[in-house]
Design a protein around this ligand. Structure first.
Ligand SMILES: [Mn+2]
Length: 329
């Protein structure tokens, strides 16, 4: 007789998730959750999803963001609990969510405060042995869903699902971008089959635009141009003032330059202050945009990245196009 024992080997990814879950289960200190500036759906969704989950698990936890939550995400549960000032003396442990570096949060904290990083970006720093950084994850929310299911599935409320699904939906750009791995659809399957109303969430995320935002978009699109296969839109400060629109509301505009047939990269450049430009980069698998953004002190993924560039607009565009050429694959 041939006996074969089935041994289920633990993958490095599962080990990382289990390590963190075991550590947090026995942790009783005060936890501060932080994510990056220019917060997107995965940053805010993951931040609030983990906040609600750890609170249910009986932990002392506070969510922080240095910048305002954009309008399209303000429906998320407990969004009003997010603090804008990090009281470092009141935190024993920082969990850095969806960000490559703590410096990307816009906060200061004492060097001595331990940090755990949970993220899916390719690049970035290692902070502790409990870090869970999985570049193969479609979103940080996907890592957190795995974590929460491992920790205690019964604690995953509808509100938590709502937050995590928002992270997944927005970071995969509605399951269209190259990070729409099978894992993304598995998460979606799990959430839908446990009765999450995904139609409602999609509507809240995508169908609450202000008429002014669309009028501004029309103005911006009338000046779109393409050079060396890079399609670019620029939004000056005076335009934001004229339409009385917050910079965060221009977040999705970059999908328009990306949608140009001849473009391999789409760029949106928004003026933050004189000679300072927040730049969003989106690609079609032809340029390593994470590397492009890193050149300017930013970061991100292969096909979606961001950075802030100083200088006159013409120079900014020139050096951006030059850098994009260098990182063509
Ligand atoms: Mn993300």
């Amino acid at each position: 007789m041939n006996f074969q024992r089935t041994v289920k080997l633990e993958t490095p990814m599962h080990k990382k998730v289990r390590n963190l879950q075991e550590f947090l289960k026995s942790y009783s200190g005060k936890i501060g959750l932080v994510s990056h500036i220019n917060p997107d759906g995965d940053a805010v969704g993951s931040l609030l999803g983990l906040y609600l989950f750890l609170k249910k698990a009986g932990k002392r936890v506070t969510p922080y963001l240095a910048e305002k939550v954009p309008h399209y995400l303000d429906f998320l549960p407990d969004v009003d609990k997010i603090q804008s000032k990090l009281d470092a003396t009141d935190i024993d442990l920082i969990i850095l969510i969806d960000a490559t570096e703590f410096s990307r949060t816009g906060f200061n904290a004492p060097q001595t405060t331990p940090i755990i990083r949970i993220d899916h970006h390719i690049s970035g720093r290692t902070y502790s042995k409990y870090d869970v950084v999985i570049p193969g994850a479609p979103s940080t929310a996907s890592i957190l869903l795995k974590f929460a299911r491992k920790y205690d599935e019964t604690l995953i409320s509808t509100d938590i699902k709502k937050c995590l699904y928002t992270g997944l939906l927005t970071d995969t750009v509605s399951f269209r971008h190259s990070n729409s791995f099978p894992w993304a659809f598995k998460d979606a399957y799990y959430l839908v089959s446990t009765n999450l109303d995904v139609t409602d969430i999609a509507s809240l995320v995508y169908e609450r635009k202000k008429i002014k935002t669309l009028q501004l978009l029309a103005r911006v699109l009338s000046t779109i141009f393409i050079r060396d296969q890079v399609a670019i839109i620029t939004i000056g400060k005076e335009l934001l003032l004229e339409y009385n629109i917050d910079r965060s509301e221009t977040e999705g505009f970059v999908s328009y330059p990306l949608s140009v047939d001849e473009a391999i990269v789409g760029v949106s450049i928004v003026e933050i202050e004189e000679d300072r430009w927040r730049t969003s980069l989106r690609g079609k698998n032809k340029v390593n945009l994470a590397k492009v953004a890193e050149t300017f002190g930013g970061g991100g993924h292969f096909n979606a990245a961001g950075c802030t560039i100083n200088g006159k607009l013409d120079e900014v565009i020139d050096s951006l196009i030059r850098t994009i050429k260098i990182h063509k694959v």
